[in-house]
Every structure is written in structure tokens, then in C-alpha cells.
Design a protein around this ligand. Sequence first.
Ligand code: ADP
Ligand code: MG
Length: 592
Amino acid sequence: MRKIINLNTNLKNSIGGNSIRKISDPWASIGTILGQTSIDDYSFHLKKFKAKKGDIVAAEAKQPTGDGRVVEVIVWGRIMEIISSNEFLPNEAAKELTEGNISIQDTILPLTKNDAICTVKNLGYTTNDPGQKLSLMPLNYPVYPGGAVKYPASKDLESLLNTDMKGKNPIFIGNLVARRDVDVQVSADNMVSRHVLVIGMTGSGKSVWVRRAVRELMVKQYPILIIDPHGDNLGIVQKATKLFPNHKIKLFYPKISASENNKEVIYTLIERLGNKLTEPQYDFLNWVLTKTDYEPGTSLIQYISILIQKSNAAAENKRNKSTKSSDGPGNTGASTMGVVSRSLRKVYSKLKEMEQSNISNRNKYPHLKFEELPDPYSQPEKIIQKSQVSILYLKGYESLPSSTIVSILLESLFNHRSAGNRTIPPFFTVLEEAQNFIPSKSEGQDGYPSVSTIKKIATEGRKFGTGLMLVSQRPYRLDETVCAQMNSYIILRLKNERDQRFVKNTMENWDNEEAKQLPNFANGQGIVSGQITNLPLTVQIKFDDDLTNDDIGDENFISDVQNWKESSENKKKRELSKDFDEVFDVDKRKPH
Ligand SMILES: Nc1ncnc2c1ncn2[C@@H]1O[C@H](COP(=O)(O)OP(=O)(O)O)[C@@H](O)[C@H]1O
Ligand SMILES: [Mg+2]
């Protein structure tokens, strides 16, 4: 067997010119493995400053194979910890330096005797054969003490990280935090067919990541649906129109309406947005609901106004004693009917208010064109289409109506996909503020309609090409069973203890050492793990500044105030009041 990895710098030229050779540059030797090693980890003595925490390093080793042979391999591992010590500097000596105000340079203490000992966690091994791809296999024998530790060339590390990506539509997401010259790719195939959980505190870089992913999927003409409760993604609209001239980028506002097969959801919303009802009142509400056919596709607000009319009419009849047997169940009294009517009016005005709030938020962006969400049941192709990005702008809607809207929308789209009638192509849904749509049971928001819809998509979506990306700043508030269905993770900065605990509990193979990094990540730094990548990696996500919006996003209140010009109306008011003040002053000086 020919050895292709040139672990010896001096052999550089002897292997040059081999075109199938994957591993190109000789790797620098950075240290020596210490006396005791195990399958999981080893320690080594590091040449000063030659590596840092988080680096991926390689050690030479031999592995016994199943057929009795012993093969030469490269063992890849990650530096988890570096401990530096100087045995010539006992604590006592340091204390004396402090107390005597002495610099160590002015003493005979040896400065060069600092030792750095690294602990390495093994990731797996690759064979050392020409032409073999670098796929990691689990170790079955420890590296040998005394062996050399090498610093792999960037190109080689890159090919290890991105092995097998070729057939899986790799997309570039950023660079290793520890080695900025190493590009990291993830598999777009695995991303859109499975589910990705994106978590990180506010400002940690979630939306920047969403833009990165969306942009790459746009290049692949993949249909995308973004559920956007705050308008974080409106930036994509303006800029992407220029970057992707052949794409359709649609901005929708919700219309609450349901189709025949999910009108139950509508009933739930009416019930839960209204006042708490007693048993007889509830019976009457049910009676009005069953007596008033919901015409699939009509607006919920319109439907509720019919319900109000009906219950008012029933109450009126009751008062006029012209009771017909059809006016309410049993002997419902007029006052009961009145209470139900009031509750319905409350639902009506709540929905109107939210609609109005959504309108006034939309009006803040006069240059953006919003359209009413088409009926996902009868016109799904207007929402999901090749080379189309659809953004549903939910600002102004409270979480229960938002959950209802999203449930109706996703349920319909999912049904179109699972029916297999090719009305719409596979698509990818991004759900921002996921805690509002899949609240954990402990949040007391049980029965949100979107929970069961998303649960269904998460469990069955893979078969039908309805991948999800759930984005949240509060992971511990998410429904546990939905999270358990997620198989890829982007974990950005998290400072909250409960959120960190959630990460530890949810993810398999999660290392405490890795969890320690979470609070210290800079913007856009995070751990990428799961099926979209070969190895869990700490990545600096690429920032697509050409997709950010100039007038949406980061608030800049200080310069806003500095550039503040008083409106002419305010000015007039102020001058008017000055005139009045003068009048009063005159009055004070010359009392009548
Ligand atoms: N990958 C990144 N590279 C550089 N800066 C970033 C990155 N991600 C985020 N930022 C910075 O942090 C800000 C907040 O990021 P954003 O994605 O809006 O946070 P979140 O959605 O998590 O609240 C961005 O406007 C940007 O300035
Ligand atoms: Mg955001």
C-alpha cells in the first residue's frame, strides 16, 4: 500500500505530481502525543502557538481491520482545551513577583519553559490511500503515544468536511471560526427534505442565516415560503428583485378563511378569542355555528358578522315571544343569546383590530407591494411555485390567530403535496418566531392549531418534500416532540441557562465543552450539526450584506433623533402656544 499523506515535511517533493492525490501540501508538525491515549481522546504537547482551541488536527495511527490486517490511518480530532503551565513558576514565586512589584523579565525565572498541553477529542479516522475519499469512520484503536500531531492543510480539511457533498447539492454557508480559510458547505438536499432548527438569542444572526439559506435555495429555483411575524425578511424583497430578476418574490398579508376540510380550526378560533362561556351559552354558540354554513373560502370576519346577526335575531325573537323551535337549543333564554352575541362581537372587533394593525404596518413600506394571500386550498400554485419566494407578513396578528392562519395554510399545502397530484412542487418553509407556532405544553398554550399541523409535517414531510426551518430565540419554549423531529441544527449565541439546557437535552452527541461556547459566540457564529453536515462544526456564517434592506431592520434611534426635523404641524402648534403664553404674560403684568 502506498502512503499518500506526506506526514513528513521533507518528503514534499517525492509525492509531487500525483494527480489523484487528494492531500496536497505537507502538513506542519505541531506536537507530540502524550503517554496515555484512548479511543475517545488524547493529549499532546503543543509547539507554542501552532494551534488553538477548536482547531481540527490530525494524528498518524494504525487501525486493525476486520480481516486481520493493520492499516495506516489518519485520526482526526478537535482541540477541546489547552492548558498552559510553567513548572518553574510555583505559585509562591508568582506571589512574590506580585508583592514585590517585580516583572518576571527582571528575574532568572525561565520564561521559555511554558508548556501547552492540548486535549483532543477524536472525530474519527480516514484511510491513507490514494484516490480514497475522506470519509470518517469511528475509531477502534487509540492513537499511539509519542506519535506526531499534524496541522492539516486548509484544502485537505475542506475536502474532509465537505466529502460526499457533491451529489447532495452543496451550498456554501461560511467558514470555520477556528480557520477562516476553510470553507464550509452543507447539503441543500438534506436541508430541504428534512428539518432544520435555528436557535439563538435576539441579534445572534438567525435572520442573517435565513437569508444565506434562502439565497442559495433561490439559486436552485427551489420554492420557498417564509412565515414572517415581524417583517425580518422584507429586506429580501427589494434587493432580491434585482439579484434574481427571473424570480417572483411575493409579499402576502393574511386573509383568514378556511376550506371545507379545516373549518374546525375556524370554530376553535371563534371559541377561544371570545369570552369564556357557560355550558348553555356554549351550547347556543354551537347551535349558531351549525345553523350557519361556513362557505369555504369566505373571510372569517364576514362569517362572524353573519353569526352575530343570527344570534341577535334569535334573541330578538325570544324577547318577542315568537319563539320557533329552531331558535336555539332547548329553552335558551334571550340573555344567554345576548351574551354569545357580545362574545362574537368581541371576536369580530379583535380580528378587525389585528387586520387594521397589519394594514398600518404595511403602510410603513409604501414601496413594497403586498397582496392578499390566495386561497391555499384552491390556488396553492399562486403560493408555491418554482423560482418563487412567498413571504407571509403577519405583523399585527396575535399569536392565536397567527397560529390559525399558519395552520390553515400549511395544512392545505401539505395536503396538496401528500395527495400526489402534482399541483405544487416540493417546497421549503421558514418559520420565524417558531415559539409562537409550536409553543411547548408547559407554556400553557395547549391546543394551538399550528402545533398539530407542524407536528404532522415534521413527521411525514420528508416523504412529500415539505421541509421546515424553524427559527426561534427561545428554544426552551418550543414543543418538545416537534423539536425531536428536527435533524439539523444551527445554534447561535445563547446566554440563557434554560435555553442551553434545552440544547443539551435535545441534541444527541452533544458535548458539554461545546455548550460552553454558546454564550460567547459573536454575531453569526454558531454550531452547525446534524444531517446537513458531515461533522458538527463551529462556523462563522457568511453575511449577505447585499440582501439587507436599507430602511428595514437595525433600528438606529440615535441618528434618527439627530436627523429629526420637527414636522410643520408641530411647529405651528408650538408657535400658537407661544402666542398664548405672551397673552398670558401680558395678563400677569397688567392685572385687571
Ligand atoms: N454572519 C454574520 N456576520 C456578520 N454579522 C452578522 C452575522 N449575523 C448577524 N450579524 C450582525 O448581527 C445583526 C443581527 O443579526 P440578525 O440575523 O438580524 O439577528 P437575529 O435574527 O438573530 O435577531 C445583523 O444586522 C448583523 O449586523
Ligand atoms: Mg431575526
